[in-house]
Ligand binder design. Structure first.
Ligand code: G3I
Length: 347
C-alpha cells in the first residue's frame, strides 16, 4: 500500500476507534459466537472431528472443519493400507496432508491407527507369518510411522478394536500369530518412538459397562501394573437410536479415570433409521447433550471427537444401508438440533 493511503487508513481506524467502533481481527474474534472448540476449552477439553482426504477439496466443508474444532483425526490416511502399501515402502501423503491442515488451522491431531485387523495391505494379509517375522514387521511399522509423526500429533490410537463384544480377544492376525502380548509390545514400541504422544487403546461398544468394557478395564489395570505406557482409553461412541442410550457411560468413564487413565469419546455419532423425523433429530440432540455432559462430569475425560461432523461425509450409509443422519451438521452443512445441544451442553 502506498504511504499516503497507509496514513489515511491509520487516520480512519483512529477515528473509528474514537467513535467506539472496534476494528481488526481481535474485534472480529470478539464478535463471532464461540465455536465448539472455544466452549470445550473453557472446560479444559478439546472438541474434534474426523476428516478424510477426499473431502478436503470441498471448501465449504474445510471452512467449518478449520474453525469449529481444535482437534482433527484422519479417518483413513494413517491406517496401514495407506502408510505402508508395500512392505518397507512408506507413503505419508494422506497423513501429512491432514497434519499440515491441522497446523495451518492451529489444531492438534489424534492420530489413528497403528494396529488394527481391518484396512491392512494385501502383502500383510495374504501371507502366512511366523511369530518372529510378524513381530518384526509390526515393530518396524509402528516405529517408522510414530517417528515420522513424532512431535506432530497429540495422541495415537495404538491398538484399535482388540476385543469381541463378549470380552474375548478378537482373533485378528495379530492375536492369532503373536498372542495377547502384542498389545503391550505395540504400546512400548510406540512410546519409544514418540515419548510425548498420548497412547490409547480404542474400541466401540464399550461406552456402557458390560463384558467388552470389563475386558478393557482388566487389561488396562494389568498394563498399568506392569508399567506399560498406556495413557488412555478411546470410547468410539458409535451410537444408534434403535439400541438405546448407554446410560452407564459416566460411571464407566470414571472407573477408567480411577486407574489413572485419560478417556476420550473418539468417534461419536448417533445414527437412526431413515427417514429422520423431527422427533428423532430431537432425541439425537438429547443424546449428544448427554454424552457431552458425561464427558464433562469425568475429570480425566479429555475431549470429544465426532466421526466427521457432517452427514455429507458420514461412513454410516455405506455400512448400514437405510441408516444415517448421524452427525451434528446435515448434508448441506447446516447445523442440526444436535449442534445446538452440543453448544448448550458445553456452555
Ligand atoms: O480407497 C478406496 C478407493 O480407492 C475406492 O475408490 C473407494 C470405493 O468405495 O473405496 C475406498 O476405500 C474406502 C475407504 O474407507 C477409504 O475411503 C472403503 O471402501 C471404505 O470401506 C472405508 O471406510 C472406512 C472404514 O473405517 C473402514 O472400516 C471409513 O471411511 C472410516 O471412517 C472408518 O473408520 C472406522 C475407524 O477407523 C474405526 N472405528 C470404526 C470407524 C467406522 O467404521
Amino acid at each position: 500500500m502506498p504511504k499516503t493511503r497507509l496514513r489515511l487508513a491509520g487516520v480512519l481506524a483512529a477515528v473509528l476507534v474514537a467513535a467506539g467502533v472496534a476494528t481488526g481481527p481481535a474485534a472480529q474474534a470478539h464478535d463471532r459466537q464461540p465455536t465448539l472448540a472455544d466452549l470445550a476449552r473453557r472446560h479444559g477439553r478439546y472438541f474434534g472431528s474426523a476428516t478424510d482426504n477426499p473431502e478436503l477439496t470441498d471448501s465449504a466443508y474445510t471452512k467449518i472443519l478449520g474453525s469449529e474444532f481444535d482437534m482433527i483425526t484422519p479417518g483413513n490416511g494413517m491406517k496401514w493400507y495407506a502408510t505402508e502399501p508395500r512392505q518397507g515402502v512408506f507413503d505419508w501423503t494422506a497423513g501429512d496432508q491432514i497434519v499440515n491442515l491441522a497446523r495451518e488451522n492451529h489444531q492438534q491431531v489424534r492420530a489413528h491407527t497403528l494396529v488394527w485387523h481391518s484396512q491392512l495391505p494385501d502383502w500383510l494379509t495374504s501371507k502366512q507369518w511366523t511369530a518372529d517375522a510378524l513381530r518384526a514387521v509390526l515393530r518396524q511399522h509402528i516405529t517408522t510411522e510414530v517417528r515420522h509423526y513424532r512431535g506432530e500429533v497429540y495422541s495415537w490410537d495404538v491398538v484399535n478394536e482388540a476385543f469381541n463384544d463378549d470380552g474375548t480377544y478378537r482373533e485378528s492376525l495379530w492375536y492369532k500369530t503373536l498372542g495377547p502380548g502384542y498389545i503391550a509390545d505395540a504400546l512400548r514400541w510406540a512410546h519409544e518412538a514418540d515419548p510425548h504422544a498420548r497412547l490409547y487403546l480404542n474400541d466401540y461398544n464399550i461406552e456402557a459397562t458390560g463384558p467388552k468394557s470389563d475386558a478393557y478395564y482388566a487389561l488396562a489395570k494389568n498394563l498399568r501394573a506392569e508399567g506399560v505406557p498406556l495413557d488412555g482409553i478411546g470410547f468410539q461412541t458409535h451410537l444408534a437410536l434403535q439400541y438405546g442410550y448407554p446410560t452407564t457411560i459416566e460411571g464407566n468413564l470414571s472407573r477408567f479415570s480411577g486407574l489413572g487413565l485419560d478417556t476420550a469419546l473418539t468417534e461419536a455419532d448417533v445414527r437412526m433409521r431413515l427417514p429422520a423425523t423431527d422427533a428423532m433429530l430431537a432425541e439425537q440432540a438429547d443424546w449428544y447433550r448427554q454424552l457431552t455432559q458425561a464427558c464433562l462430569a469425568v475429570r480425566r475425560c479429555v475431549g470429544i471427537t465426532v466421526w466427521d461432523y457432517t452427514d455429507k461425509y458420514s461412513w454410516i450409509p455405506g455400512v448400514f444401508p437405510g441408516e444415517g443422519a448421524a452427525l451434528p451438521w446435515d448434508e448441506q452443512l447446516n447445523p442440526k438440533p444436535a449442534y445446538q445441544a452440543l453448544r448448550e451442553a458445553l456452555s
